[in-house]
Design a protein around this ligand. Structure first.
Ligand code: NAP
Length: 257
């Protein structure tokens, strides 16, 4: 199924959760994938082996997207492994450290959240866009940012996370505008409440909210729900559409009375 002419997808933070689901989905749909992780090498290997066992091609790369050196390692690893990059999924993200009330929020958490969730996607997009611009391709290059309902629905105990995700919306529009003439499409996928390690500590809270009708579709979202949207956008078939947000949130974004 896979060969050297297959498109290449780089998915940040793909050892677990939403990123892992995106890597498996793309890796079993004819993409050669780079799985990026920060700490969990074993989890990243498991994702890669899952893809390989299904006939796909995958490599793993340890790198911190919040650091310039990490982003360069990731970019160079991808080019050295596969020669090009066609799809970048900016997925790596962390929640507010300690989930403290806004009056107790710390600069340490702010810096870590902003480096990982906003600075990382900005400068990695910049790096990868330059490679995409130089490439000959049949289909457009695609950059997909994994945003959040927290970009517009605030939580007082995750201020840094919410503000960084709001910035990610503008980032999507900026790159969509700049890269439109370069045959690169830029989108964001906006998940609602998704079952992952990130939300495990607040499971009970969201169980209750979902039961009370938080979203019209009354269930937790899954990483696979998000991967399905990413897979659709990654194809690059929506050639007159860029800067678009796809909500994967059970209808949470609909204002209701
Ligand atoms: P998760 O289960 O906690 O997984 C986070 C992933 O990011 C892991 O693979 C982790 O690697 C990696 N990572 C963390 N910091 C990194 C760094 N500095 N550099 C490289 N990789 C890093 O999170 P998730 O729930 O799947 O969330 C993924 C994305 O979806 C995030 O951007 C998040 O904001 C967004 N999102 C999540 C939800 C939700 O309800 N879960 C809702 C809306 C949006 P290691 O395994 O090595 O630690």
């Amino acid at each position: 199924m896979n060969n050297v002419s297959n498109p290449v997808a780089l998915i940040t933070g793909s050892s677990r959760g939403i990123g892992a689901a995106c890597a498996v989905r793309l890796g079993t749909s004819g993409y050669r994938v780079v799985i990026n992780y920060l700490n969990n090498r074993d989890a990243a290997l498991e994702v890669a082996n899952d893809i390989r066992n299904q006939g796909g091609i995958a490599e793993i790369c340890q790198a911190d997207v919040g650091k310039q050196q990490g982003r360069e390692i990731l970019r160079n690893f991808t080019i050295e492994s596969f020669g090009s990059v066609d799809v970048l999924v900016n997925n790596a993200g962390i929640t507010s450290q300690g989930r403290r009330d806004i009056l107790e929020a710390t600069e340490e958490s702010w810096d870590l959240v902003f480096d990982t969730n906003l600075k990382g996607p900005f400068f990695l997009s910049q790096l990868i866009a330059k490679d995409m611009i130089g490439q000959q391709r049949v289909r457009p290059g695609v950059i997909i940012n994994i945003n959040s309902i927290s970009s517009y629905a605030i939580s007082n105990n995750r201020a840094d996370y919410c503000i960084a995700k709001t910035g990610l919306r503008t980032l999507t529009e900026l790159f969509a505008n700049r890269l439109a003439a370069e045959n690169v499409l830029v989108y964001e996928v906006c998940p609602g409440v998704i079952a992952s390690d990130m939300t495990a500590p607040v499971k009970e809270k969201y169980d209750n909210l979902i039961e009370q009708g938080l979203s019209p579709i009354k269930r937790w979202g899954t990483p696979d729900d998000v991967a399905t949207a990413v897979r659709l956008l990654a194809k690059g078939e929506l050639t007159f559409t860029t800067g678009q947000r796809i909500n994967v949130d059970g209808g949470f974004h609909i204002r209701r009375l």
